[in-house]
Write a protein that binds this ligand. Structure first.
Ligand code: COA
Length: 159
């Protein structure tokens, strides 16, 4: 079975991420959506909320699994016997950082390959931070995220 990881913070997961995950699932036997605890980003949604959202969104996709991880992505890949990391590229501005990340991961373990997937044009301008900002300022985010995400963000704001 050939598996790939799609890692990220997913704070929150957006239609842009979902597009990449679905397209990756057409190419591999199984895709693991790996949600990083990523304390340094001080996520708005806690890890459990991000996990629950991704599980709900992909519950009908038999070859998409969701897991969380702490620590190095490469260790997660090795521990789960996965040789491919998928990263989306939205614009040229993503490239430099992604190239560094891929290079560092390759230094850590040359047996694990990073594969870049171009984001679909309609999602090229979405980012999780912008989605949160628009939401917190009362804007409409319904074309950027599934309704489950909007509900979770609303809940988080009330609490
Ligand atoms: N559609 C929409 N948004 C996208 C996207 C797409 N196709 N692809 C990326 N993004 C967004 C993300 O939502 C995120 O937005 P934000 O900054 O507004 O939150 C941004 O692009 C990319 O953020 P970044 O922090 O670079 O990546 P990430 O959140 O996706 O995840 C990890 C980064 C978790 C993969 C990386 O930090 C990691 O591997 N951490 C584990 C520790 C480790 O191994 N460190 C050593 C690395 S060499």
């Amino acid at each position: 079975m050939i598996r790939a990881i799609y890692p990220g913070t997913f704070d929150p997961i957006t239609n842009g991420h979902i597009d990449i995950i679905n397209r990756t699932a057409n190419l591999f036997d199984e895709v693991i959506v790996a949600i990083s605890a990523n304390i340094k980003k001080e996520p708005f949604l806690n890890l459990e909320a991000r996990l629950e959202l991704a599980n709900t969104i992909f519950k009908k996709n038999h070859n998409i699994k969701v897991k969380t991880f702490n620590g190095l992505l490469i260790d997660f890949a090795v521990n789960n016997k996965i040789k491919f990391i998928i990263r989306g590229l939205r614009a040229v501005s993503d490239f430099e950082y992604e190239f560094q990340l891929a290079g560092m991961n390759r230094n850590l373990d040359p047996n694990i390959e990073t594969i870049f997937m171009p984001s679909s044009e309609k999602y090229a301008n979405i980012s999780s931070s912008l989605v949160k900002e628009v939401f917190l300022l009362g804007g409409d985010i319904s074309s950027f995220v599934p309704k489950e995400v909007i509900n979770k963000l609303k809940l988080q704001t009330v609490n």
